[in-house]
Design a binder for this molecule. Structure first.
Ligand code: BDR
Ligand code: CA
Length: 353
């Protein structure tokens, strides 16, 4: 059977697991990565955008446009996840200057324009706070009817990670998450209950290390740092290796059969004193609301890691381009000079508009 390629936009906040999600999207034959949009989350927008450019540079992905999005949540002070991802948001590997530029058009403009024009052929894959997506919905609510599907990493139906109730991406911008879950588009929630089955064990890391490419060396360094963060965190199960959340959403698009899903009504708590960002998941219909999401429950972890390792091997092929840590890797356009991302440069606190 010939696999049907899925065209995706990856809306992310790299972030160690976002970086692996980018690489999976680049290397998986079932996925066509139309664009990367960045959002503040694991670190500031400036850092997450730089990190997306760094990862694409190491991967040799010079033709995937990167758009910078919102620099702060819709209604709350910014929270980051520096305790997991470090001061840069992507601590671990040594990176040279990025050779992939950031586009001038703000991410929200790109999302609205593209989803209105060709959304029926696009799956939107958010793996960070949902600020860009909610802002696009505010700007043009019709994107909810135009977009083929949203498959997001975020939420949980048992317990959170950033608070007892909330997963980080939901906690970082609960108002945005609530709007995205309420928008009425086909939506799949790939939350912590699923992603904690995607553990980068020492066996997995060994397979990645054995690929022995610039990409595999970058990923191994990322997993070393990320694994140490998780060991410090004391999260149950993290002793065997860290859960690698964000690639699970890409994997769901590439190979839907890799995970079981269950229909549910999901509401995001925005009022609770202790529960902001909680994804209240009603599998049993107790609230009398129709389901608005498919919720991922069980992962075929062995097949997931085969998919990831194969993708890393494909994207890390010798023809991939400049290497991580090579100071002579620059040369890309004006944005490679380290200036502010376009959305910030274009209007200060705007970019959230
Ligand atoms: C999510 O939070 C971030 O730190 C990760 O990149 C992932 O998207 C997991 O809770
Ligand atoms: Ca993320």
């Amino acid at each position: 059977m010939v696999p049907v390629t899925k065209r995706i936009i990856l809306d992310c906040d790299p972030g160690h697991d976002d970086a692996i999600a980018i690489l999976l999207a680049l290397g998986c034959p079932d996925i066509e990565l139309a664009a990367i949009t960045t959002v503040a989350g694991n670190q500031t927008l400036e850092k997450t955008t730089l990190n997306a450019r760094r990862v694409c540079t190491v991967a040799g992905a010079y033709d995937v446009p990167i758009y910078a999005g919102c620099w702060r949540p819709l209604a709350r002070p910014q929270v980051t996840a520096a305790e997991v991802h470090g001061a840069s948001g992507l601590d671990g590997p040594a990176f040279g200057e990025p050779a992939v530029p950031v586009q001038q058009e703000p991410a929200v403009d790109y999302l609205v324009r593209t989803l209105m024009a060709e959304g029926d052929a696009i799956t939107l894959v958010p793996t960070g706070p949902l600020t860009n997506v909610a802002t696009a919905l505010r700007r043009e609510p019709k994107i909810a009817r135009r977009t083929r599907e949203v498959v997001l990493m975020g939420g949980a139906y048992t317990r959170g990670n950033r608070t007892p109730a909330a997963e980080f991406n939901m906690l970082a911008d609960p108002e945005a998450a609530a709007a995205v879950f309420a928008a009425g588009w086909p939506l799949t929630m790939v939350g912590l209950d699923l992603t904690h089955q995607a553990i980068a064990t020492s066996e997995v890391t060994g397979r990645i290390r054995a690929l022995d490419t610039d990409v595999s060396r970058m990923v191994t360094a990322l997993l070393d740092f990320y694994g140490a963060s998780y060991r410090r965190s004391g999260i149950p199960g993290a002793g065997d290796g860290p859960p690698v959340h964000d690639p699970c959403a890409v994997a769901r698009v590439a190979r839907p059969g890799l995970m079981a899903v269950q229909d549910a009504f999901v509401a995001v708590e925005t009022q609770g004193e202790w529960t902001a960002g909680m994804t209240v998941t009603d599998f049993r219909g107790i609230l009398g609301r129709p389901p608005n999401a498919k919720v991922a429950t069980t992962l075929d972890a062995a097949a997931f890691w085969d998919l990831v390792v194969d993708a890393l091997q494909a994207v890390g092929a010798p023809s991939a381009g400049p290497a991580a840590g090579r100071e002579d890797a620059a040369g890309g356009g004006p944005a490679a000079s380290g200036g502010p991302p376009a959305a910030e440069a274009a209007g200060g606190p705007a970019g959230n508009g």
